[in-house]
Design a protein around this ligand. Structure first.
Ligand code: MN
Length: 215
């Protein structure tokens, strides 16, 4: 009887909590807004994190209510949802990964394990960067260029339109380049290649290597 009462009492409370829009929280930046300058300006970081990313999280919190995904982890929503719910869930997930992998004091080299995989699959770290730069330049419209791995550690580069994410292909994202105009237009206007070239200066290979080790 007690258990039954707990269930009937607490389930509506969880729904109420969802209605408040607090199911998913905006993750704070792990560094100051101005910390990535001059490569990424404080103004860009404010717009990118506080408006665009936070906007996706807010919309996700609205859209997820009363769906079969209402109590599912974000990663499961990214893998299985469709339409606007998928778009906003994936953009929330992508931006969490994106901001986390940047640092004002980045480690410049991958771990020995990841470095060996990069050399094996692309030839060199420079060759990987060149391939990802080319993919960014060639991606029409908004999207993401990803370095991803399978569970065996084989690497691949994916150029995905819009919110596209390697999780949808059964792959594990290691590094994501956001090539939506909102990521660079304040600092670089239409010069996407310059924005991506600058971004490499703040990519923390310690973070990327940790993701590879956890695959
Ligand atoms: Mn973005």
């Amino acid at each position: 009887m007690t258990v039954f009462l707990l269930v009937t009492t607490f389930l509506p409370m969880m729904t109420t909590d969802s209605l408040s829009g607090s199911r998913f929280a905006v993750k704070e930046l792990p560094y100051a807004y101005e910390a990535l300058a001059p490569h990424v300006s404080a103004e860009t970081m404010h717009y990118h994190h506080d408006r665009h990313y936070a906007g996706y999280v807010g919309k996700l919190n609205e859209l997820v209510i009363d769906t079969p995904f209402a109590d599912q982890p974000l990663e499961d929503i990214v893998q299985s949802a469709d339409g606007a719910l998928y778009n906003n869930a994936a953009q929330a997930w992508n931006h969490e990964l994106f901001f986390e992998q940047l640092s004002p004091q980045p480690q410049r080299e991958p771990s020995p394990e990841l470095r060996a995989a990069i050399d094996r699959d692309f030839g060199s770290l420079d060759a990987l960067r060149t391939r990802m730069n080319q993919a960014a330049a060639g991606l029409f419209g908004s999207g993401w260029v990803w370095l991803a791995t399978d569970s065996d550690g084989h690497l691949s580069i994916l150029a995905e339109p819009n919110a596209g994410n390697p999780l949808r292909h059964g792959l594990i994202p290691l590094l994501g380049l956001d090539v939506w105009e909102h990521a660079y237009y304040i600092d670089y206007r239409n010069r996407r290649a310059d924005a991506v070239a600058a971004l490499w200066n703040v990519i923390d290979w310690a973070c990327v290597s940790d993701r590879y080790a956890r695959r």
